[in-house]
Design a binder for this molecule. Sequence first.
Ligand code: UD1
Ligand code: CA
Length: 425
Amino acid sequence: MIKSIIMAAGKGTRMKSDTPKVLHTIFDKTLLGYVLDAVNGTNMTDENYVIIGHQSERVEEYLKNTYPDAKPVLQSPQLGTGHAVSMVLPYLENYNGNILILNGDIPLITSESLKEFVDFHSSSGADLTIMSAIFEDPAGLGRVIRKSDGSLDAIVEEKDADPAQKAVKEINAGCYCLNWEKLKHAFSDLKTDNAQGEYYLTDIVKWANKNGLKAGVYTLKNNEEIFGINSKSQLAEAAKLMNNRSLQKHLANGVEIIDPATTWISPETEIGHDTVIYPSCYINGKNKIGSHCKIGPFAHLRGDVVLEDYVKIGNFVEVKKTTIKSHTNACHLTYLGDSEIGSNVNIGAGTITANYNPLTKVKSKTVIKDNAKIGSNSVLVAPVTVEEGANIGAVGVITKNIPAWALAITRAPLRVLENWVKKNC
Ligand code: UD1
Ligand code: CA
């Protein structure tokens, strides 16, 4: 088992946001969450340190609620990535294993690549391994400078690079694996004599070479994985990449996606084969959709949605925290939230589960049992249960439980006043 350090203390100035960069989200999961999940997914680390600094209370609170096993370490002030890692020194005085270090702003990194990276480091016998990638446009990134024999010489930040170094297309991805016992001594030697006046983590490469240690490079196969986020425009680009990765996975699993260009499906959604996703759907959060379902066009699944096989969710239907059993249809203009819906149920157009009381701020549950039929434009005021086979007449406002096989009608009887218009106008 090794340990990891995730650097998440930076302000993210270029995001121009009140929210710290690492708490920005893609599909409702934070950038930091993606990185932590990727690290945890390797099953290689027994401790993950997260360096926090800018708005540290917010990031710490987030970690406490979402990743209680992660260990936040405060860096204040933030004097650069080398300074960030050095914050962990007091915690790991006697540790002599490997350390995986990552930037906290690379949500597309995968567990598979991290595993391969750490394995590569271990089997190569290097004391320090950096991750590189080849970028056609390396602007803004640290360049990987190699010696004439191809071995690693240094990482040079763009702001410190001369024209020849700037022309290099091999860049530093921001992931490092190092022998802690040997490299921990580098941190007291780091200097700030560079264009940004910061302690650069990247300078540990030069330090390793100077001290006769072996420094190596692992080149990533898929560049997209180390796409770093520094601006809102890059956040949008990363979300697209993440979505595309998710769509490709579903297509490969036999899901029919009519128009991938307008379809958004979160990576944490599972979908069975032969389900058809029509254009312009937004499927967010964690969901489990069965086989042979039809979703959309223009459907919005907001997370914690479980659909069994052969369920139809049609246009302008929003579903949240809801389980729907097989062969149930909600085909038009409907909101289903905090609900448990049986099989062979028909939800008429315009049905709404009124799950939220804005006065008490309490959310309640709607239960609709097998074979029930909900007439169009009905409002089910939760908490409420519609028992098996019950029918709700159109425009029903249902405020109490409806027994099995009953018919519930709440609308006023239709009155037709013959010739009323002619007489009165
Ligand atoms: C860094 C690398 C660069 C690499 C690029 C890859 C350095 C000096 N440069 O540049 O070679 O190509 O990543 O994306 O490391 N952070 C802290 N404390 C600090 C400063 C930063 O925790 O004092 C964190 C940030 O929150 C961020 C990460 O470190 O998650 C990287 O910082 P950032 O400022 O984005 O570095 P880059 O300029 O992108
Ligand atoms: Ca960055």
